[in-house]
Design a protein around this ligand. Structure first.
Ligand SMILES: CC(C)(COP(=O)(O)OP(=O)(O)OC[C@H]1O[C@@H](n2cnc3c(N)ncnc32)[C@H](O)[C@@H]1OP(=O)(O)O)[C@@H](O)C(=O)NCCC(=O)NCCS
Length: 314
């Protein structure tokens, strides 16, 4: 097996939108602080919808866009750090909702880098012959972890989901999902914390910011090297959507030439493991990327973990 490729993407966001002015009515903040420090204008917040609802909606759209059916899926992987139910896991619940029959189904939690981890494990399973066609989903209800009186976090995060249909390629095809570069700095794990049965997120914002803007560009570059592509040849760069200043700093260090850079954080906030497939799916839907375009995905955050790979646009 020569590898796997993304056949289609889909995304879903809950309809309720919170603006910066809405948040300024709750905590001591203002639109200008949020826009200049983080780049966010709005974020979507789930009300009646569960994590499984968000994930299933995105997966359903990806399936519809792929032209494949639920019966053809044999692996479901969900990247999330906001699953409340331990059993069944989110992947099994989504599979049941969609009518996927007897899939391997598991959740992955590497927080904001989760989608790139999940995509890598699906690619590896397909290469190993353990699966042929996968649904890979990033889904979060970050609002469940927010303290709405803490201005340092409640303005940053949002809810949503994105999904990809991934399938095996013919032996002689160029791999549509490049080698993953992944790892973590566990000694820095206390920089992003979500703990307890009623979890509340807290972070050392400046430490994460420094780490992201100084340590990650060489790792993102390595993902390009391993795929045999120069960053200047990329048509798209879809990093984790944490902060516009982080996105622009990494993009600048990479030396991109004419790549579209995802900046969905502006509209959606930080949706952790959902942010990459959400932003990628929107770029494809808007026609800003074309089939076959090389696109660098790069996730980073809690852990502190990171993962990235070059993929071919569906
Ligand atoms: C969180 C982040 C936006 C904060 O921006 P910052 O420029 O580092 O701001 P600081 O934390 O130094 O705070 C500066 C001041 O703004 C204040 N502040 C914090 N949140 C605020 C808000 N929403 N509105 C207004 N003021 C705010 C702080 O209290 C502080 O005030 P002080 O100087 O009086 O003490 C930024 O550090 C960041 O994006 N870090 C990376 C986070 C990340 O990527 N996390 C990944 C999680 S997966």
């Amino acid at each position: 097996m020569s590898g796997s490729r993304i056949v289609a993407l889909g995304h879903y966001q809950p309809p309720k939108v919170l603006s910066n002015d809405d948040l300024a009515a709750l905590v001591d903040t203002d639109d200008e602080w949020i826009r200049t420090r983080v780049g966010i204008r709005t974020r979507h917040i789930a009300e009646g919808e569960t994590l499984v609802d968000l994930a299933a909606e995105a997966a359903q759209k990806a399936l519809a866009n792929s032209g494949r059916t639920a019966e053809e899926i044999d692996l479901v992987v969900v990247a999330t750090c906001t699953a409340i139910e331990r059993s069944p896991n989110t992947a099994a619940a989504v599979a049941a909702r969609l009518g996927v029959r007897s899939p391997a189904a598991y959740d992955i939690n590497t927080v904001c880098s989760g989608f790139s981890y999940a995509l890598a494990t699906a690619d590896h399973a397909i290469r190993a012959g353990a699966a042929r066609r996968a649904l890979v989903i990033g889904a979060e209800r970050m609002s469940d972890t927010l303290d709405w009186t803490d201005r340092s976090t409640c303005v940053i995060f949002g809810d949503g989901a994105g999904a990809a249909v991934v399938e095996a390629q013919e032996d002689d095809a160029e791999p549509g999902i490049g080698p993953v570069v992944w790892g973590s700095e566990p000694e820095k794990g206390d920089a992003v914390v979500i703990t307890g049965w009623d979890p509340v997120i807290s972070q050392k914002g400046q430490s994460v910011f420094r780490w992201a803007t100084t340590q990650l560009a060489p790792l993102a570059r390595e993902a390009c090297e391993r795929a045999g592509i120069d960053p200047a040849e990329l048509k798209g760069f879809v990093p984790h959507q944490a902060n516009l200043r982080i996105i622009d700093a990494i993009a600048k260090k990479l030396g991109l030439a004419d790549a579209v850079v995802a900046r969905d954080v502006v509209d959606s906030g930080n949706t952790s493991a959902a942010s990459i497939p959400l932003a990628f799916s929107k770029l494809v839907e808007r026609g800003e990327l074309s089939p076959g375009d090389p696109v660098l995905l790069f996730g980073f955050g809690g852990g502190l973990a990171y993962a990235g790979q070059v993929v071919r646009c569906p």
